[in-house]
Design a protein around this ligand. Structure first.
Ligand code: SAH
Length: 413
């Protein structure tokens, strides 16, 4: 009979032995060990708890095992784990407590962020009274673990509904049976949420177009809104995150232009469904705004050629570098976008420029934006150098938890 995860390692004894390189990774406080660094795996069920040992058999801690992922080992504790569902419940409560301390002015935020909350493979987002769960690994998919997750979320947060968003590709990679996105608990799967002093958005967890928000940008919306002024262009606007903050957030006075708020905001995206939702979000906030469906590269080229000028421009493209191999091409893309935007800024203008590619490091991004400024023959002040919101915790020794870069720049001349 296959062993179930969650048993005490004293009773169930699956174990792995790591190569010296694998041990060094754990000593560096990184929770992942690749399959190539697993020297020996004994009797380990897919998704099971394993005792992690060095080559001599010295105990290093307890991990979640994946039989299919290149990341074979994800550490869950440097000690023994007697009861995985209980440990998961305890970590979820700790993650919720952390948000209570650090998150304010919003009813939408990430409650559990995988490694960042020491729960590898589990993501939970809150949109007001609806919770959205994502399960990314075999271990988190185990029935007893799922039950513990649901029960803890219900007890701690009393949601009106819990939905599961399924990424078919991830389930395939983890060799898990296919699943559809579905309601896990309660009736409610859509709602309205608000962030940063009341900018409101629709959320629909299951029907039609997925409307999950980029919650990692929440604090950056508020920061950018403090400097935004005049005529603004939100490029790669999705459902209007930055654009709506610029036109709705009346509490946010422009820090550099106290008299000015945005007089107009245009959102640009290539996805029609995203723009339709952006328009609905604008209506929800009592605003009418212009949304343009276009390829951002073509549009910026065209606007630059037509000598259009703006006071505030946001660039928040999708991850251009999905793998390390894409790095050069990705940098070329960032350079082009930033250069065009910089040329179009009026004196005193604000550029909010982002990258969510993990493979483009902060230093790479800084350099490519600086390169663009050189070619635009303009000097910029870095007003703020930002990352993801605090509900997306970053682990000091796990670079993969730090991926979002957001620079807020002002043109000095
Ligand atoms: N700024 C948004 C998130 C942007 S995500 C927010 O804060 O919510 C990236 C967006 O880029 C997606 O909405 C996607 O539809 C859009 N996109 C991707 N390629 C594009 C292109 N070439 N031109 C315009 N939009 C594009």
């Amino acid at each position: 009979m296959p062993k179930k995860p969650g048993f005490s390692p004293e009773h169930a004894e699956p174990s792995v032995k790591l190569s010296a390189r694998g041990v060094a990774r754990l000593q560096g406080r990184h929770p992942w060990v690749y399959r190539s660094d697993v020297a020996e795996a004994n009797d380990v069920p897919p998704g099971g708890l394993v005792r992690v040992l060095d080559l001599r058999g010295k105990f290093l801690g307890t991990a979640l095992y994946s039989s299919s992922s290149q990341i074979a080992i994800r550490m869950i504790s440097h000690g023994s784990v007697a009861d995985l569902p209980a440990l998961v419940a305890e970590r979820i409560r700790a993650a919720i407590a952390y948000r209570k301390e650090l998150v304010s002015n919003t009813d939408a935020y990430r409650i559990v962020f995988s490694e960042g909350d020491f729960l590898p493979g589990l993501i939970v987002d809150r949109y007001n009274d609806v919770l959205c769960l994502q399960i990314l690994t075999q271990a988190m998919d185990a029935t007893l673990v799922r039950e513990a997750v649901l029960q803890t979320l219900r007890e701690e947060l009393q949601p009106a509904g819990i939905v599961e968003r399924v990424d078919a590709r991830i389930r395939e990679l983890e060799q898990l049976p296919p699943l559809q996105s579905r309601q896990l608990w309660g009736e409610k799967s859509s709602t309205v949420f608000s962030m940063n002093d009341g900018v409101r958005f629709h959320y629909d967890g299951l029907e039609g177009q997925k409307t999950g928000a980029f919650l990692d940008q929440r604090e950056n919306y508020a920061a950018a809104a403090r400097y935004a002024h005049g005529e603004a262009l939100d490029v790669f606007c999705y459902q209007g995150g930055f654009a709506l903050h610029f036109s709705v957030n009346s509490a946010a006075h422009s820090a550099l232009h106290p008299a000015a708020k945005c007089s107009s905001v245009i959102g640009v995206d290539s996805s029609r469904p995203a723009l339709e939702m952006a328009e609905k979000n604008a209506a929800l906030n009592g605003r009418e705004m212009e949304w343009i469906e276009a390829n951002a590269f073509d549009l910026l080229r065209e606007y630059a050629a037509a000598n259009r000028r703006y006071d505030t421009i946001v660039l928040d493209p999708p991850a251009f570098a999905k793998t390390k191999r894409d790095l050069e091409k990705a940098l070329g893309g960032y350079k082009e976008l930033n250069l065009r935007a910089m040329k179009m800024l009026r004196p005193g203008g604000i550029l909010v420029t982002c990258s969510c590619s993990y493979h483009v490091g902060a230093a790479d991004f800084f350099e490519v934006v600086a390169d663009a400024a050189r070619d635009a023959h303009k000097s910029f002040r870095v007003i703020e150098n930002r990352g993801a919101a605090k509900d997306h915790p970053m682990l000091l020794n796990v670079p993969e938890t730090s991926y979002l870069k957001c620079l807020i720049l002002s043109v000095s001349n």
